[in-house]
Design a protein around this ligand. Structure first.
Ligand code: K7E
Length: 654
């Protein structure tokens, strides 16, 4: 039937019946026909019409998702859920030449630890730069949990520009979260290790010598880089510090970091001890760290920090004495800590508690001001009582993890991991408004600009750990499932399932698409990773090859449909450096470049200069070519690298 309809259309065309006849032949299949044929309900149709972005049209929001174990960032549109780009961050990404050209290798080099290249990352939390607590569309930050690193992505070209390594931690999880003007990017450690990365300290010395911390990376917006010299860390007890958030508006200047395993339990010391998960959840409460980061920055400026591994570290006793560090009990094994848009409340969700706890910043400040503490922790940090600071505790369901906010006042959404649900609730009144099932085991959730001072509402994305039966089976390893939910009405409506095929997505942030203004071309001859003119750039007609003992350096160009030079001559053992400038001015006229068998690849967008470097370690003839189908003569866009044996004598060919 379906086939027949299509054939009618084709026949109509063949018979020269013209466009009108063709389209009427197509529309012979009515909406009802399609619904029947595909088994769609009215509800499906409504959902489809809310997500479908007609061909050639664009999305309302652009989302930046963590790529989990892929070490990358995934960019997609909302509501269509169309994937727009992968951004190579901690992991080489060949399409962009990331990790295969010299410019990007320099970026990845910044992520070396103990002289080792670390070519993967466990990305968790992307954070968009903010101005006055609103997304400004300029930069994106993302952390690597496994190796304590942070990356900076410039949203003018969606490229990773910098990776910094935390010199104090061995792992981290409470990053990246920005302060309201992106003065600092917050990164809290996860598993306590010997303080300041000291080498071996036995587990028996855990309480005394192991430590956690929170680093405040100073961001230099003008340079678009983290200024490591102006960054600092607060030394913290060996609790497993976890998620963090920066205060905003009412609570600007403060930040909040959760922790679990304040039992300071270490497994494996003696036989017969309970396993980690039991030992680490023995107590009813853990601690939220409340930190005055503005004052901490002043203390550092006043010289009250000490340099550890090149970074300013504020010792715990200094933080206590200066009154910048406090603890508040929170229900055991908490996970997310999320400040409300007005900055007045802090929502903490505990994995092992069915409630979310809403703390009042005003009450916290009142307790600090009055010096009203219920005691001290074993390290002498003042503990403010939970009762004195709670605004509400609301029972939501099993395994609450993360919370995001709506454009509607007092409305929040919290993920329920164990229940596989999203709860919509009112944090002012403390009541549940609606619940929706997701598929399955939700971690984070995200509303449009929902962690800023000005959430946009409309949509919510549930980031689910399991997909199980939602997609066509592709083997024992399943994709993850991002589910789009309409939150514009009282009842939430599930709209769409998007498989994420790269890694566990953890967190995602979405910005109004109008706020992003990426460039179309670079100034000719730009090294995109440094944003400076490349030393390897040349103009058309200036192409040349320099030869020195053991070295061949090519200054070439790319333009449809030609690589200059067409041949590169070398002697076996030479170090070959090839700089190529894309001379195109037209939008989307990217050229790629590779040389057979030398494991190099570059993507040269219009104006960009890229460099590949390798040792011509084997004599032979190696084709090189443009890897982007750029024109009708694309296949002719090629050349030869001629690697001659040592002492080779030219043979005259008659
Ligand atoms: Cu809940 Cu790393 Cu934020 Cu995963 S984290 S879910």
């Amino acid at each position: 039937m379906n086939l027949f309809t299509k054939q009618t259309a084709t026949l109509a065309l063949a018979a020269g019946m013209g466009f009108a006849a063709v389209s009427s032949a197509w529309s012979a299949e009515s909406l009802q026909d399609v619904m029947k044929r595909r088994g769609l309900s009215q509800q499906d149709l409504l959902a489809a019409s809310k997500t479908y972005v007609p061909t050639g049209k664009r999305d309302e929001f652009v989302a930046f998702s963590s790529g989990g174990q892929s070490g990358q960032v995934i960019v997609y549109g909302i509501p269509s859920m169309r994937i727009l780009k992968y951004i190579g961050v901690f992991t080489p990404e060949p399409w962009q030449g990331y990790g295969f050209d010299e410019e990007s290798k320099e970026v990845l080099k910044g992520g070396r630890i103990d002289g080792k290249d670390i070519t993967w990352g466990d990305t968790h939390h992307p954070a968009l730069s903010e101005t006055n607590g609103k997304y400004d569309g300029q930069f994106l930050f993302i952390n690597d949990k496994a190796n304590p690193r942070l990356a900076v992505i410039d949203l003018r070209d969606f490229e990773t520009k910098q990776i910094v390594v935390n010199p104090i931690f061995k792992s981290e999880h409470g990053g990246a979260f920005v302060t309201p003007n992106t003065d600092y990017v917050i990164e809290a450690s996860q598993y306590a290790t010997p303080f300041a990365n000291k080498k071996f300290v036995p587990l028996e010395r855990f309480n005394e010598e192991y430590r956690g911390g929170v680093t405040y990376w100073k961001f230099d917006r003008k340079e678009g880089k983290i200024d490591v010299k102006k960054s600092f860390t607060l030394e913290l007890p060996p609790y497993s510090q976890d998620l963090s958030d920066a205060g905003k508006l009412a609570s600007d200047g403060w930040s909040f970091t959760n922790s679990f395993c304040t039992e300071r339990y270490v497994g494996g010391i003696e036989k017969g001890r309970p396993p980690y998960e039991a030992g680490c959840s023995a107590k009813d409460t853990d601690y939220m760290h409340v930190i005055n980061w503005k004052k901490a920055a002043e203390l550092v400026a006043a010289g009250k920090a000490k340099k550890v591994n090149g970074m300013d570290v504020i010792p715990m006793d200094v933080s206590i004495k200066e009154g910048i560090l406090f603890l508040i009990p929170e229900p055991k094994s908490p996970h997310g800590v999320d400040v409300t848009p007005d900055g007045k409340f802090i929502t903490v969700a505990g994995k092992l508690d069915t409630h979310v706890s809403v703390y009042s910043f005003e009450k916290i400040m009142a307790a600090i001001k009055a010096g009203k503490f219920e005691g001290k922790d074993p390290y002498g940090i003042p503990v403010i009582s939970m009762q004195d600071t709670l605004h509400k505790q609301v029972q939501l369901g099993l395994g609450p993890l993360h919370t995001q906010y709506d454009s509607k006042k007092c409305v929040a959404y919290t993920s329920l991991y164990v229940d596989s649900q999203v709860a919509k609730w009112d944090y002012c009144e403390g009541k549940v408004l609606d619940k929706i099932s997701i598929h399955y085991n939700i971690g984070h959730l995200m509303t449009m600009e929902g962690d800023t001072v000005d959430p946009k509402g409309h949509y919510l994305v549930a980031l689910n750990k399991l997909a199980i039966d939602r997609f066509n089976p592709v083997g024992p390893l399943h994709p993850q499932n991002h589910q789009l939910i309409d939150i514009s009405n009282d009842k939430m409506q599930l709209l769409y399932d998007m498989p994420i095929p790269l890694g566990e997505p953890h967190y995602v942030v979405a910005i109004d698409a109008k706020m992003l203004k990426p460039g179309i071309r670079y100034k000719v001859g730009t090294n995109s990773r440094t944003d400076k003119p490349s030393a390897g750039a040349v103009r058309a007609g200036e192409e040349h090859t320099d030869k020195k003992a053991g070295k061949v350096e090519v200054f070439g160009t790319l333009i449809r449909s030609h690589i200059t030079p067409e041949t590169i001559e070398a002697t076996v053992g030479d170090e070959i450096t090839i700089h190529l400038t894309n001379l195109e001015r037209a939008e989307d006229e990217t050229h790629g470049f590779t040389v057979s068998t030398y494991n190099v690849h570059a993507s040269a967008e219009p104006g960009k200069t890229v460099t590949v470097k390798f040792k011509a370690d084997k004599e032979g003839v190696y084709p090189y070519y443009c890897t982007e189908f750029c024109s009708a003569l694309h296949l002719e866009m090629q050349g030869y690298l001629l690697v001659k044996p040592k002492g080779y004598k030219e043979v005259k060919v008659a």
